[in-house]
Design a protein around this ligand. Structure first.
Ligand code: SF4
Length: 322
């Protein structure tokens, strides 16, 4: 029987060479493989284990495999499509929307998704100063929510999360702590007892928003991790990015919503791709996205239909289009 690894062991053993992953999947590299990229290759084994051997169009593989399509320069696709650097008053803190700030406390992810809109973000310059961040939040009483986001916030240890949130809890106008994470999908073992207890006992109301794009990303271990969070009373949502050739089929999206709900996660947003350089080959046209939404709305109860949105730099909120 295979030994259950801790999440730290899983991180240490993540696959960092596309050739190794292709060999595991019994696939040839092929001419479309991109062999060098500034955006590193990183795939934890629990995620890779859900890929189908021998299938070069596997929807999980296609999200992580670098291809030469990334090198195309396409008009309107830029390195910082949401102009986040312009909303970055200090390293590690984004203040784009009223009432909430987003913190990028880590400079990397456990799983590197090729379509990521922050793939060119200068995380390495984060050098975040927690005192400065806490002072910024404390000085603005309109902020009632802190969002921990990507880089992957769950790369911080439970101890680091507890000690940072203990400081956040001292700020009287803060009410909610939201965590945006792909870790339960990448490495479900990251949902440790300590992590669940931290959120359960937080003085801030916790919300966990996972990022899952395809029903095949969900297996028994992912389900068990999410159910542990649900049993601890944590509100759970999912965001999906609409990706060409991966989840742009009504049947796939319907199945995804049902799978999410089976682990008590509500579909929240489905995003049109942010126009980031290197990811244009994943983009779906708005008309196609609207047609998909009509199809899934006709076949699902309303609570399983996510909102179709896109983000535009300078707007006061995400723009809902369905
Ligand atoms: S921030 Fe999210 S989408 Fe981007 S690489 Fe990390 S896990 Fe993937």
């Amino acid at each position: 029987m295979q030994k259950n690894l801790s999440y730290i062991e899983e991180l240490q053993q993540a696959i960092t060479d596309p050739l190794q992953l292709l060999a595991m999947l019994k696939l040839e590299p092929g001419p479309k493989l991109l062999t060098t990229s500034d955006f590193p290759f990183m795939v934890p084994r629990p995620f890779a284990a859900r890929m189908q051997k021998g299938n070069q169009n596997d929807p999980l593989l296609c999200q992580v495999l670098p291809t030469i399509a990334e090198t195309q320069k396409i008009q309107d696709f830029s390195q910082d499509p949401l102009d986040e650097k312009g909303s970055n008053p200090m390293p590690g803190l984004l203040h784009k929307y009223y009432g909430r700030v987003l913190l990028t406390l880590t400079g990397s992810c456990a799983l590197n998704c090729r379509f990521c809109f922050r793939r060119h973000f200068p995380y390495q310059c984060n050098n975040f100063n927690s005192t400065a961040i806490l002072d910024y939040i404390a000085s603005d009483p309109t902020i009632n929510e802190v969002i921990l986001s990507g880089g992957e916030p769950l790369l911080l240890s439970d101890q680091e999360l507890v000690s940072f949130s203990t400081e956040l809890e001292k700020i009287p106008h803060l009410k909610y702590l939201r965590i945006h994470t792909r870790m339960p999908i990448a490495i479900p073992a990251r949902i440790t007892t300590e992590f669940v207890n931290w959120l359960k006992n937080s003085k801030l109301q916790p919300i966990v928003v996972i990022h899952c794009n395809h029903p095949q990303e969900i297996d028994a271990k992912v389900k068990a991790a999410m159910l542990r969070l649900h049993c601890a009373g944590i509100t759970l949502f999912n965001q999906t990015v609409l990706l060409k050739g991966i989840n742009d089929a009504a049947e796939t999206l319907i199945n995804l919503s049902k799978q999410l709900f089976s682990m008590k996660v509500l579909p929240y947003y489905i995003h049109l791709l942010d126009k980031v350089e290197g990811a244009a080959h994943f983009a779906i046209k708005k008309d196609r996205a609207l047609a998909l939404m009509q199809e899934i709305t006709a076949r699902l109860p309303g609570f399983l239909v996510p909102k179709l949105v896109y983000e535009k730099s300078g707007e006061a909120a995400k723009t809902r289009i369905y």
